[in-house]
Every structure is written in structure tokens, then in C-alpha cells.
Design a protein around this ligand. Structure first.
Ligand SMILES: Nc1ncnc2c1ncn2[C@@H]1O[C@H](COP(=O)(O)OP(=O)(O)OP(=O)(O)O)[C@@H](O)[C@H]1O
Length: 241
């Protein structure tokens, strides 16, 4: 079998005295969308932050594109082609949409062809190009956040709950844009609680609970197995209550 684009092997993360990730094993194949599901507090965001080097793994290894990146700092990890779209979106609300995009283009001036493609994914960004990002709706801010991550070609983007709090029509637009993105050379690792969206986008899924991956496999298998869903999601709900 081909080596995954990203592989976490027994990854532990401590935050202060708390042992949050307790041996995470995760494989993200190249291409398409891999989804991480799991209840609140399971460790999904911590996993993304650890991959990005925002938290340093206290054990285990993280390999990306055949190289060990466990000990690299965040700028070095970003330079290897990984971008992160945090749950709080990480945009500058006092700056215009254009200025937000200019700042995200670290390799030089924005490529106009790529920008046109981004506008086709997220039309409101063209409409509100010279408007402060703080004036955008929640969904539009989320679009800007994803657009910033892909203003330059990336091998992998880590996207944390892009549909949280959004209206159904905006969720549909975001889902379509991520699906389009996943058809390019960019692989997506998506944290998502919305199972309908996860199902429609993901080819591969991992379920987290209590700082570990408790299930990994094809999305089609999980989507078609109500008993497995009940066992995994039910288990999560039970421990959550
Ligand atoms: N800065 C921090 N200091 C202490 N504990 C933290 C910190 N950040 C996260 N945690 C704890 O780590 C655990 C995992 O949190 P994490 O945000 O990774 O979960 P999650 O699965 O992304 O959940 P959510 O969907 O709520 O974001 C939680 O118990 C959380 O309280």
C-alpha cells in the first residue's frame, strides 16, 4: 500500500499538566478528504494543532510526505506545504478581504489565475474585496479563512469545523467548495461534527475519543453501518453525558 501523505504514530501531547493526546495513530492518504469525527473535547483540535507544531508532541512521530516533521517548528511545517484553518478562522477583522489575502500570500504577489479560481469557489470574496473582513457574515468569514489557506498551492490543509454555526445554505456552499478543492492536488484533513457533511465529503474517516483514535476506515463503511455508527457515536455520547 502507498505510504500515506501524513501519518501520526503513537502521538502524545501534553498541555501543561494535562495529558490530552494519548497515543494517536492516524493515516491521511494523499488526495481527497479525510474526516476526524468525535465528541467535544475528544482531542480533534489538539490533533490539528500538534500536526501544525502549535503544540509540541511529547511522544510518537508525525511523518509528512515521507519525512519526520515531529520536531519542526510551525513555520518550517507550513513551508513544507501544510496550512491550517482554525475554528476561530484566524482572519484580521480590521483589514479588508484583499489585505487579508495579500498577507496570506507569503511566497510573493498573489497569482491572478489562482485568485480567479478562488473567486469561483467563494464568489462573495470578490463582491466584498475592499470591505473590512469584520463586516462579513459568519459564512463569508469562513470562506475567507479557507481562501487564505489556499492562496498558494498546498499539499495538505487542516480545516477545523468549517460549518460550525452556519446556516444550511452556507454549509452547502462550503461543502461544494471543499469538494472542489479536494479534486485538486490539495488533500484535506477535516474536523467535522456535522455527520451529513462529513459523509458527503470524506472518503476516509477516523473517530476520536478521549485522546485516541477509536476507529479508522472508509467513510462508505461507516456511513452504511448503522450499528457501527451507534457503537462509535453512542459510545461518545454516553461518555459525554
Ligand atoms: N489550552 C488548554 N489548556 C488545557 N486544556 C486544554 C487546552 N486546550 C484544550 N484542552 C483540553 O484538551 C481536551 C481536548 O480538547 P480539543 O479542543 O482538542 O477537543 P476537540 O475534540 O477539538 O473538541 P471541540 O469540538 O470542543 O473543539 C479537552 O479536554 C480540552 O479541555
Amino acid at each position: 500500500m502507498a505510504e500515506p501523505l501524513l501519518a501520526l504514530d503513537g502521538v502524545h501531547t501534553h498541555i501543561a499538566q494535562y495529558h490530552i493526546l494519548q497515543g494517536v495513530d492516524l493515516a491521511v492518504p494523499a488526495g481527497g478528504v479525510t474526516v476526524i469525527l468525535g465528541r467535544n473535547g475528544a482531542g480533534k483540535t489538539t490533533t490539528l494543532r500538534t500536526i501544525m507544531g502549535l503544540w509540541q508532541a511529547s511522544g510518537g512521530t508525525i511523518r509528512f510526505d515521507g519525512a519526520d516533521i515531529t520536531s519542526l517548528d510551525t513555520p518550517a511545517i507550513a513551508r513544507r506545504g501544510i496550512a491550517y484553518v482554525p475554528e476561530n478562522m484566524g482572519i484580521f477583522t480590521d483589514l479588508t478581504v484583499r489585505e487579508n489575502m495579500v498577507l496570506a500570500a507569503v511566497d510573493g504577489p498573489m497569482d491572478s489565475g489562482r485568485l480567479d479560481w478562488i473567486f469561483s469557489l467563494f464568489p462573495p470574496l470578490r463582491t466584498f474585496w475592499e470591505m473590512p473582513a469584520g463586516n462579513l457574515s459568519g459564512g463569508q468569514k469562513q470562506m475567507l479563512s479557507v481562501a487564505r489557506a489556499v492562496i498558494e498551492p498546498r499539499r495538505l490543509i487542516l480545516v477545523d469545523e468549517p460549518t460550525k454555526g452556519l446556516a444550511p445554505a452556507i454549509i452547502k456552499a462550503m461543502t461544494a467548495a471543499l469538494a472542489e478543492l479536494a479534486r485538486t492536488d490539495t488533500t484535506i484533513l477535516l474536523v467535522e461534527q456535522n455527520f451529513a457533511m462529513a459523509k458527503s465529503l470524506g472518503q476516509t474517516v477516523s473517530v476520536m475519543d478521549d485522546g485516541r483514535i477509536v476507529h479508522s476506515g472508509a467513510m462508505a463503511e461507516l456511513a452504511g453501518d448503522a450499528a457501527l455508527q451507534e457503537r462509535l457515536m453512542g459510545l461518545s455520547l454516553e461518555t459525554h453525558q
